[in-house]
Design a protein around this ligand. Structure first.
Ligand code: DAH
Length: 340
């Protein structure tokens, strides 16, 4: 009786395992037969109904069935593991004849290359490179630079206002004020950074570009210091033979103010397409810091004087690398950037 039952359990389990197609199904069979509530376990539980003298025999039969089932189970599991390994190997085959993926290195942006050159020149003259916030107060961007409330430079058409008092800086000049306010004199700083103006994009305009600001404040600083410094800068940047020319101009925060031109480095001043025939190229704005600007930032204009200048970084980059469209600088096409 017991023998037939055990034989039936064993045969059934063997058959099911033989037909079983995946490890999950195999596990289900294992639980159904050998598990806590499995068929074979149930048989063991019913040993109490077996006559005591028959128990060793029945026990041995149960153990034999269990051993056989477990052995086959292990064999099936190994088959599945082997199949899985083979499938994995097949899926991961590497086609060594495929071309390799080339590792491409990037390149510094031409603006960065130009800025580092400008910084190198001024750091060599003892300047410190500083930074100021791009989201700036109206006070620093305009007011403290002697640009009063009704000045057209504050026009909503070319300034991005956050609210009445806060805006995206339209120039790097506010960094001048932030440095002066600290009260540490003398001052010799270079302040590069991003500036914003509500301009349409074209070959020479972008709503977001970069400037490099310079500020020197000390006792006995004169226009001669300004000229000497900026002439030296131009020579270092564009070549030893470069000459400079200062044209009177107006900026609210400097007095007197000027714009500086350099001799065209392509035609050496003879006149060409590059300089539109004039032989000169406009390069920056500059001037002696306005006494009112000094006073507003807590510096006594009777004791101290200074000069300032502002350069458009893109302008330098475009000139230096003879690029004729500013938009190329913002597309970040590696094929373009790599050329500089
Ligand atoms: N901030 C001026 C601009 O955006 C440029 C400039 C001119 C800066 C003269 C200066 C300066 O420091 O002295 O047009």
């Amino acid at each position: 009786m017991m023998k037939e039952k055990l034989q039936a359990i064993k045969d059934n389990a063997m058959k099911k395992m033989e037909e079983c197609l995946n490890p999950e199904a195999l596990n289900e069979i294992r639980v159904a037969v050998l598990g806590k509530k499995g068929e074979l376990t149930e048989v063991l539980k019913s040993m109490k109904d077996v006559a005591p003298e028959d128990r060793p025999k029945v026990g041995a039969m149960v153990n034999e069935a269990r051993a056989a089932i477990e052995a086959f189970l292990e064999e099936k599991q190994e088959q599945f593991r082997k199949r899985l390994r083979e499938e994995k190997m097949k899926a991961e085959t590497i086609d060594v004849t495929l071309p390799a993926k080339r590792q491409t290195t990037g390149h510094r942006h031409p603006n960065t290359v130009a800025l580092e050159e400008v910084e190198r020149i001024f750091v060599g003259m003892g300047y410190e490179v500083v930074e100021g916030p791009e989201v700036e107060k109206d006070y620093y961007n305009f007011e403290a630079l002697n640009i009063p409330a009704n000045h057209p430079a504050k026009d909503e058409q070319d300034t991005f206002y956050i609210n009445g008092d806060i805006l995206l800086r339209t120039q790097t000049s506010p960094v001048q004020v932030r440095v002066m306010e600290k009260g540490k004199l003398p001052i010799r700083v270079l302040a590069p950074g991003r500036v914003y103006r509500s301009d349409e994009v074209d070959a020479t305009h972008s709503p977001n570009f970069h400037q490099v600001e310079g500020l020197v404040i000390d006792k006995n600083i004169t226009f001669a210091d300004l000229k000497g410094t900026l002439a030296e800068f131009a020579k270092e940047l564009f070549g030893e033979e470069t000459k400079v020319k200062f044209r009177p101009h107006h900026f609210p925060f400097t007095e007197p103010s000027a714009e500086m031109d350099v001799t065209c480095f392509k035609c050496k001043g003879k006149g060409c397409r590059f300089c539109k025939g004039s032989g000169w190229i406009e390069i920056l704005g500059c001037g002696m810091v306005h006494p009112r600007v000094l006073k507003m930032s807590g510096i006594d204009p009777e004791e101290y004087s200074g000069f300032a200048f502002g350069v458009g970084l893109e302008r330098i980059t475009l000139l230096k690398y003879e690029i004729d469209d500013m938009r190329l600088l913002y597309e970040n096409d590696v094929r373009f950037i790599k050329q500089f």
